[in-house]
Design a binder for this molecule. Structure first.
Ligand code: PEP
Ligand code: MN
Length: 337
């Protein structure tokens, strides 16, 4: 349930409402807008059903929320949330651009990548050190050695770090090096990992599962939020369909849907979304036109020798070109790059 306070409600009215909710064994989530404050009520369904709030001073109306996800819903929090990644915003007017190789391979590879993506205007360096590969015989990542390289290259070029976590026991280790934890598509419903990230101190980017509905994805985010970590970024990375020309089918309608249903930012990954280098730029333009808050793109200085995802990785020149084209769409959309 949400309790919509009237624009004339006093601070005392609000405090009384909160006291009543909490004294019934329920939790409060406050969203203060310019005009109105919205009090989200979370907890046992029966207790919420018995809560009588409408007669209280300062309460304009109460609204039942039928969806299971609450904290991540726009009903609970009507204004867009902007996630602050150590000074870099994700959400709001500025587009967040994350770019770099699929896997961390060497210091040399990372330095070349970091230089290229920084020069083209990215704010984040991406790269996996723990790789959830479909085959156990494929390159599995450099683990902590890779994390160190990632941090070093990012710091040299003034970039933030985003990297994947596959095991909840690695939260502290990865947290020493990264600015954002990436939950990959294969782990979107790894509920133990999501619960543990709910207690983590850094933002989480939650990729959509390979065959996840939008509702399942929102509920997965609710697992993180309900643990106390509201710094969540959605990432649409394509879903499995009958199409085989592309690696996945990039579902850009999910961008508009998430914008309607949630206050949290959403970025798009056209690299995994298509699996084909030549499709990455057009889909990036389309993603920005659809209203996304940023992009995550695989860039490799030498894709032909990449240890993973070379076919979908852009060369530095391709990425620079992409940024120019995306910039034109961003301008039309009233966004900054
Ligand atoms: C990746 O970002 O390299 C990755 C493995 O992505 P996904 O989880 O979307 O497949
Ligand atoms: Mn990849």
């Amino acid at each position: 349930m949400i309790i919509v306070m009237s624009p004339k409600a006093t601070q005392q009215n609000l405090e009384d409402v909160i006291k009543k909710v909490e004294s019934n064994g329920l939790k409060v989530n406050l969203s203060k807008g310019e005009e109105r404050t919205i009090v989200g009520v979370i907890g046992d369904k029966k207790k919420i059903a018995n809560l009588e709030m409408i007669m209280m001073d300062g309460v304009e109306k109460t609204v039942r929320i039928t969806e299971k996800y609450k904290l991540v819903s726009r009903e609970f929090h009507p204004a867009d949330s902007i996630i602050d990644v150590d000074g870099v915003p994700v959400g709001g007017k500025q587009l967040a651009i994350m770019a770099g190789p699929c896997s961390v391979e060497s210091m040399e590879q990372l330095r070349e990548s970091a230089r290229a993506v920084k020069e083209a205007g990215a704010q984040f360096l991406r790269g996996g050190a723990f790789k959830p590969r479909t085959s156990p015989y494929d390159f599995q990542g450099l683990a902590e050695e890779g994390l160190k390289m990632l941090r070093k290259a990012a710091d040299e070029f003034g970039l933030k770090v985003i990297t994947e976590i596959v095991d909840k026991d690695d939260i502290d280790l990865i947290g020493e090096y990264t600015d954002v934890y990436q939950v990959g598509a294969r782990n979107m419903q790894n509920f133990q990992l999501l619960k543990a990230l709910g207690k983590a101190k850094k933002p989480v980017m939650l990729k959509r599962g390979l065959a996840a509905t939008i509702n399942e994805w929102l509920n997965a985010a609710e697992y993180i939020a309900s643990g106390g970590n509201m710094n969540i970024i959605f990432c649409e990375r394509g879903i499995r369909t009958y199409e085989t020309f592309t690696r996945n089918t990039l579902d850009l309608s999910a961008v508009a849907a998430i914008k309607e249903l949630s206050h949290l930012p959403i970025i798009v990954d056209p690299s995994h979304g298509t699996g084909r280098r030549e499709l990455v730029e057009p889909m990036s333009r389309a993603a920005v036109a659809a209203g996304c808050d940023g992009l995550i793109i695989e860039v490799h200085p030498h894709p032909e020798v990449a240890l993973s995802d070379g076919k979908q990785s852009l060369r530095p020149n391709d990425f620079r070109h992409l940024m120019g084209e995306v910039g034109k769409v961003a301008a039309v959309m009233g966004r900054e790059l």
